[in-house]
Design a protein around this ligand. Structure first.
Ligand SMILES: Nc1ncnc2c1ncn2[C@@H]1O[C@H](COP(=O)(O)OP(=O)(O)O)[C@@H](O)[C@H]1O
Ligand SMILES: [Mg+2]
Length: 126
């Protein structure tokens, strides 16, 4: 499953992923993957991949880094700056867009697949 995270620098993308990981029970330091591009977590039997493509100049860098397999396997991928990957990235199941407001953030959530729609429906009904 692919979750694309959109929003300006400082919009709160990393903070949102950190909160998701905390809610899944991850303790200890949760780093931004800005420099390594990827941080991986094993949460029970779930493979959780947190990418940040901010520093990517060309999608070929992602191919060269061997990242393709993460997007075709069974894991859950959260990607900051998906627009940097262009057409290289598959269509997201969910796109989350963070907009900075004076005292907080507005989150726009859109699904791009049946799986994504089911996920958002469960989130709204929770
Ligand atoms: N929902 C929020 N409300 C208020 N401040 C936030 C929120 N989310 C993040 N921040 C603050 O915004 C700053 C940048 O957040 P960060 O997650 O690093 O942004 P991004 O990954 O989009 O560049 C941090 O100081 C963080 O504490
Ligand atoms: Mg970030």
């Amino acid at each position: 499953m692919l979750v694309a995270l959109r929003g300006d620098l400082g919009a709160g993308k990393t903070t949102l992923v950190r909160s998701v990981l905390r809610a899944l029970g991850v303790s200890g330091r949760i780093k931004s993957p800005t420099y390594p591009l990827l941080e991986t977590y094993n949460v029970s039997s779930l493979y959780f991949y947190h990418f940040d493509f901010y520093r990517i100049k060309d999608p070929s860098e992602l191919e060269d880094a061997g990242f393709r397999e993460y997007f075709s396997g069974p894991g859950l991928c959260f990607v900051e700056w998906p627009e940097r990957a262009g057409d290289w990235l598959p269509a997201p199941d969910v796109t989350l867009t963070l907009l900075v407001e004076d005292a907080g953030r507005t989150l726009l959530a859109a699904s791009g697949s049946d799986l994504g729609r089911e996920c958002l429906e469960r989130m709204y009904n929770a």
